[in-house]
Write a protein that binds this ligand. Structure first.
Ligand code: 8YV
Length: 321
């Protein structure tokens, strides 16, 4: 008998096809279902497994409502700020995530954000949309060169290090801030700062790669933005919670920051529309991992975890051990 599985988010067909083959699922291709619909389906099917994403918040209240039949919840994301770990632990629910497989694509996207912000891709895109048809002066709409500049990375995990590798290839100097200093083979000549306050004054660009935790919440705020060089650029493909959006809007509007590249927002998908109206904000709708290869790898990671748990071998990438 194939195990039952509920999938709370639409999946790529490559993942859906595997689910259809290996599971008994009412929605193998996944569907964007609400938290209440998800609970209802879990209850009705008594499924032991769920594949979900940040669109369902596993708060303590929500976890308390999950049917006892549910044994494993595999979040199709590396971030798990939508999961109340203590509540899941107390309930004996196994929760897994998808580390590593999205490092390279998220770093690519972060680099795209940095280049797009630095080279004013959004504004030039608008000119092309409008038909161009007028010469652009040599001194008009100039961007910022990244070559030779210093990139500050907050959070030197897999994604941060993949971003650093790209920056080196573009002739940038890399500095970083992390809870712990990395060993030389991972640090690769990047300069370590133990605090963000110490790092920011040295950076021309700053890219965020830390998870959303109590420690990192609003770590970019009016005070820390004030420590950034005038004309610096902020990149965030991590989590919106890291940034005080009022402070960022103010810094972009005043011109203290030249630009920002943002893939994540405090409120998604109903993001703060002030960013829509600021031309120097190069904005994307949370799509760092959105490639065929990475979304397939994320789906496979969830499926492999579910099989492993249901066959009694334990999770492969658990949120805690
Ligand atoms: C999203 C992400 O999960 O992995 C993460 O933490 O934020 C992304 O990969 C994915 O886009 C689905 O919402």
């Amino acid at each position: 008998m194939k195990p039952r599985l509920i999938v709370s988010r639409q999946m790529p067909s490559s993942v859906g096809d595997r689910i259809a083959q290996e599971f008994d699922s009412p929605n193998p291709q996944g569907a964007d279902i609400s938290p209440d619909e998800c609970l209802k389906l879990l209850e009705e099917t008594q499924a032991p497994a769920l594949m979900f994403t940040g669109s369902i918040k596993f708060t303590a209240d929500y976890v308390a409502k999950l049917p006892a039949s549910l044994k494993i919840a595999a979040t199709c994301s590396v971030g798990y700020d939508h999961v109340d770990v203590a509540a899941c632990k107390a309930r004996g629910l196994i929760v897994t995530n998808t580390p590593k497989v999205l490092d390279e694509c998220t770093a690519d996207l972060s680099f795209l954000l940095m280049l797009g912000a630095a080279r004013r891709a959004r504004e030039y895109g608008v000119i092309m949309q409008d038909g161009w048809r007028r010469g652009i002066g040599m001194g008009e709409m100039l961007g910022v060169r990244v070559w030779g500049k210093t990139l500050g990375i907050l959070g030197m995990g897999g994604i941060g290090r993949a971003m650093a590798a790209r920056a080196r290839g573009f002739g940038m100097k890399v500095v970083y801030c992390n809870r712990n200093r990395l060993p030389p083979e991972l640090e690769q000549d990047a300069t370590y700062y133990p605090t963000i306050e110490a790092m920011l004054p040295h950076c021309d660009m700053v890219s965020l790669h830390a998870p959303a935790t109590a420690e990192t919440k609003r770590i970019i705020n009016a005070t820390t933005i004030g420590l950034m060089k005038p004309g610096a650029i902020l990149v965030n493909a991590a989590r919106g919670a890291l940034v005080d959006e009022d402070a960022l809007v103010a810094a972009l509007t005043s011109g203290h920051l030249a630009a920002a590249g943002l893939d994540v927002f405090d409120n998604e998908p109903a993001y703060d529309l002030r960013f829509r109206d600021i031309p120097s904000a190069f904005i994307l709708p949370h799509m760092g991992s959105a490639t065929h290869e990475t979304r397939k790898a994320m789906g496979d990671c969830c499926i492999d975890n579910i099989h492993s748990v249901l066959s009694g071998n334990g999770p492969l990438t658990p949120l805690w051990t």
